[in-house]
Design a protein around this ligand. Structure first.
Ligand SMILES: NC(=O)c1ccc[n+]([C@@H]2O[C@H](COP(=O)([O-])OP(=O)(O)OC[C@H]3O[C@@H](n4cnc5c(N)ncnc54)[C@H](O)[C@@H]3O)[C@@H](O)[C@H]2O)c1
Ligand SMILES: O=C(O)[C@H](O)[C@H](O)COP(=O)(O)O
Length: 374
């Protein structure tokens, strides 16, 4: 069995070598001819899987994407050919939530904002929006959720309208890219909605670039609008609207979900799905392969306060590192290479926070996602 996998899929060799012959490929370069050989195809978001890619392949049994987003997969086509499909829902949701939190901590410092006084509007309350809301709750930051689909499905959380979340101090987008259905997200933030935002607001896009009309946003910013942007995803990656970069507070190369754990969980989820498909008992788990983090243990000697928590967040992941690399390296490395060469980043859970005897017992680090022995 030939298993074709994206070369940017951590631990793919470790997970899949016992299941078949492995063939790595570069995500944007997979051709119909090459794909014709695959029995199993494992992709990331930059490979479009559709009739154009698979029409010469008569034997393929399984397609997997080690990502949350599935907008690059023509699932109707796979269904029509009876090809099994699996994605990795939630795999890097924690990573994205930690990216957003790091960005908020950085912007609060930069503009002397009182984080706990801000309201955050979360658009899309699925895996990522929920992980983010839990972390905000741990920090005592008020948030509002907008997710009409979940509201209609009877989710018991409180939901507000899109207009209400768009009036929050911070707006964080966590919707899939869709062009059909009752609530399509393509250009959800169109020119008209963008124009109604105020100079004081912060807009964070770490879902898909096409959810915001980038050209309209650029024109708004060029006209002097003060809206602050945290921008991880861009329309038309990798050929993005370069002039927009200078109007962002934090700009990164679609890496919000690129914690080592987040990417590797995607690989592990595909391994489990493929084992199920092949009716094989899975023998491997991610914990066998994850290396220890560079900082694994922190001892807190005093009462927790916002300053200590902010330091903890930045110690594990400071988004300014990725913003700096993006601004300095984009023109020489290019968008895709920045992503391919992404430095190791760990999640808060890789660090154990211990309290010295005199420190107050407070659950915040645990709720934020740090390990917190009781
Ligand atoms: N930047 C990154 O690295 C990165 C990482 C992971 C995911 N993503 C993107 O983020 C998206 C969301 O991730 P997730 O894990 O929360 O997915 P999810 O499927 O768990 O949740 C998405 C939620 O959005 C809701 N939704 C859909 N259309 C909506 C609309 N028009 N208005 C409001 N809510 C709407 C859905 O009902 C669902 O609850 C993914 O589809 C992916 O495209 C980006
Ligand atoms: O949808 C996702 O899971 C994320 O956008 C993911 O981080 C995309 O990463 P890529 O597949 O492009 O490497």
């Amino acid at each position: 069995m030939k298993i074709y996998y994206d070369e940017n899929m951590p631990f793919a060799r470790e997970f899949f070598s016992g299941l078949g012959e492995l063939v790595p490929f570069a995500g944007r370069e997979l051709s119909q001819e090459t794909a014709a050989e695959a029995d199993v195809l494992l992709v990331r978001s930059i490979t479009r899987v559709n009739q154009a890619l698979l029409q010469s392949n008569k034997q393929i049994q399984f397609v997997g994407t080690a990502t949350i987003g599935v907008d690059h997969i023509d699932q109707a086509y796979l269904n029509s050919r009876n090809i099994s499909f699996s994605a990795a829902p939630g795999c890097n949701a924690v990573s994205v939530a930690e990216y957003v939190l790091s960005a908020l901590v950085v912007l609060a410092e930069r503009y002397l904002l009182d984080l706990s006084g801000l309201t955050v509007g979360i658009v899309g309350a699925g895996n990522t929006g929920t992980r983010l809301s839990e972390k905000l709750k741990a920090l005592g930051i008020r948030y509002y959720l907008c997710d009409p689909l979940l509201a209609e499905q009877g989710d018991e959380r409180e939901f507000v309208s899109l207009e209400r979340v768009l009036s929050c101090d911070v707006i964080s987008l966590h919707v899939p890219l869709t062009t059909a259905g009752q609530y399509p997200s393509y250009h959800l933030l169109n020119r008209e909605r963008l124009t109604r935002l105020t100079d004081k607001q912060i807009l964070i896009n770490a879902c898909r670039g096409e959810v915001v009309d980038n050209q309209a946003l650029l024109e708004l910013k060029q006209a002097g609008h003060g809206l602050k942007l945290v921008w991880d995803v861009w329309e038309n990656e990798p050929d993005i609207l370069m002039p927009l970069i200078d109007h962002t507070e934090i700009a990164t190369a679609h890496i919000a979900g690129y914690s080592l754990e987040g990417k590797a969980r995607g690989t592990e989820m595909l391994y489990l799905a493929l084992c199920k498909q092949l009716k094989i008992k899975p023998k491997l788990t991610l914990s066998q392969f994850l290396p220890p983090a560079s900082i694994t243990h922190v001892e807190i000697k005093q009462h927790f306060d916002e300053i200590i928590l902010n330091q903890l967040v930045k110690m594990v992941y400071d988004v300014r590192r990725d913003d700096g690399i993006f601004r300095q390296q984009l023109s020489c490395q290019g968008f895709d290479m920045l992503r391919k060469n992404y430095p190791v980043r760990r999640e808060f859970s890789a660090v154990t926070v211990a309290l010295a005897e005199q420190a107050s017992n407070n659950d915040v680090p645990h709720q934020l996602g740090f390990n917190f022995p009781r």
